[in-house]
Design a protein around this ligand. Sequence first.
Ligand code: AMP
Length: 395
Amino acid sequence: MLRPLKSFDIKGQTILVRLDLNVPIINGIIQDDFRIKACLPTINYCLKEGASVVIMSHLGRPEGIYSDDLSLIPIGEHLASLLELPIKFSKDCISQDAIDTSLSLKPGEVHLLENLRFYNEEIQNDSVFSNKLSKHGRLYINDAFGTAHREHASNHGVVDNFKNFGIGYLFEREMKYLRDAINKPKKPLVLILGGAKVSTKLELIDRYVHQADSIIVGGGMAFTFLKAMGYNVGSSLVESKMISQAKNILETARKSGKKIILPNDVVCSDNINASSNGSVISVRDIPDGMMGLDIGPKTIEKYSNILTSAKTVLWNGPMGVFENKFFENGTKLIAEKLVQIVLADSTVIAGGGDTASALRHFKLEEKISHVSTGGGSSLELMSGNQLKAINKLEI
Ligand code: AMP
């Protein structure tokens, strides 16, 4: 069992909270603050209940070396404006000064620690480092679902130093959907996969080839399957090393009476950065030199029809190169279809970083039952794997 934050009496306590504030930043400007906003319910709850909060997070991959570009300062400033509160900041996450600041916090105050990964000990799950981190609070709450597939000091080793530990609101919500709803899905269950690579989604396909009623494949990964079936795919994205695996998957699906559903038509161009509409071409006729960059209208219709009757949908990976407006249509129309079925009481769970950014791009994120903040961790959980940071929090 994972203990939720609301099960603790936190009044007057200092709570050490691991958040995932790893957001894209260019020249000090936050490009997308979804992960920061997703942490607000936990912070606000602690403050409302009369606790003080010490926040720790990583940002990027500094590999143990300080860099201005990966400082949490801009994130702290943004967080302060979202909370409408001044927050204290320590430029070293384990210094005695930082620990003293945490120990002197008053109820309702927030203290942010500098990027954990400025110490390599963080990713090494070093016990001395995690012990120092634990000095910041009396209760430990993990709300960093996005890093739950990692075994690091701030989400694993640190737990050994606390009598009381649990999960925050975001983590609780992620688990509710990704573990509970996926383990007991309402049927029909449809898996819809896209994006660039088959290799990263292989485990997911393996798990669902028996459980799902349909597996729909779009995006770049469809071409590895089409190639495995003997089609000429022009210069579309193909993972050559995965062709034999793709053949095995098609065969396993056939034997278990399931179908891997692939595009009939695709939108092609000779350039991924094209600045004009592509041509709609049947997957049987893709000429050399052309690449499929989106699913075509017949495919969108076929996929939408399957989704109409689905009661649970797991979606991972865009249907095309949605970042280019000439190839966004498939992803957009499938996302709109998913919104429709959510309104008709189906559950749609979207995971993977690019799927979440596609939904935000089309302003549909709020209309999907659950959009996971974790790319790697949601994929692992959906694939049925145990996550070490989660096991560590089980009581
Ligand atoms: P992934 O991380 O595997 O989910 O891949 C996401 C990326 O796949 C996005 O950046 C898309 O632009 C890209 N993508 C989707 N469809 C295609 C395609 N047909 N060809 C090349 N890239 C694609």
